[in-house]
Design a protein. Sequence first.
Length: 238
Amino acid sequence: MKNNRETRTSRLSEKKIPFYKKWWVWLIVLIVAVFISFNLGVDTAVNKQEEVIQGNKEDNDNNINQDIDNQTNADDELHTDGNNDKENKNKDEDKEESNLLDSYNVHEIDYARILLMLDYPRVNPENPIIYVNKIDADTPIFTDGKITYPEDVVSLRTDNEIYSNHDIISVAFSMNGKGDITVYHQPSEFELMKSTEPNYLDKLAEGVLDSAEDMYIDPSTPEKVAEFIDEVEFDYVN
């Protein structure tokens, strides 16, 4: 009897269930798998959410940059339009000013500009006449002298009755083209008359040639030029 029991116990031991076939082992494996799967799902969802947020942020940044570019382009177009309007306005004004002098003598326009620029000789308001004398080259600078002009010049002289004889009442110049002139500065009446010594006028004439100066004619404004011409009378001596 005793031997039968030992034999049965021995057989049960031999039929012991392996570890990996036990139900609670698989339950633990299942729980671990579910836990891992859940964590992976959470991480994936978080990553997707971050990607969506980053994408939205990039889209917003792109939209903001596009708005800024559009505004900048609009401002540039407005600035360009403003400059074009200003340029067109200036061109129209220049055209109107140019047309203002169309009816005036071209030589008198030059004479007016020269007198306005030099600010001499002064015009006598009681007798606003400007005597224009065209002088050929090799003509004596002073009537009783020997020193001559080296080129053709134009002399502008005003009435000096109400001024001091120390005032400069004339100017001589040659036209060099392209708005340039050579000015031969003239002495005052006082300087012409203060000495009777021989060769005195030739010394003054040498001073006129030595002080000759090249100048660019300031065009002034059409309004000033027109006003000057309207207020004087040009008397052509020859």
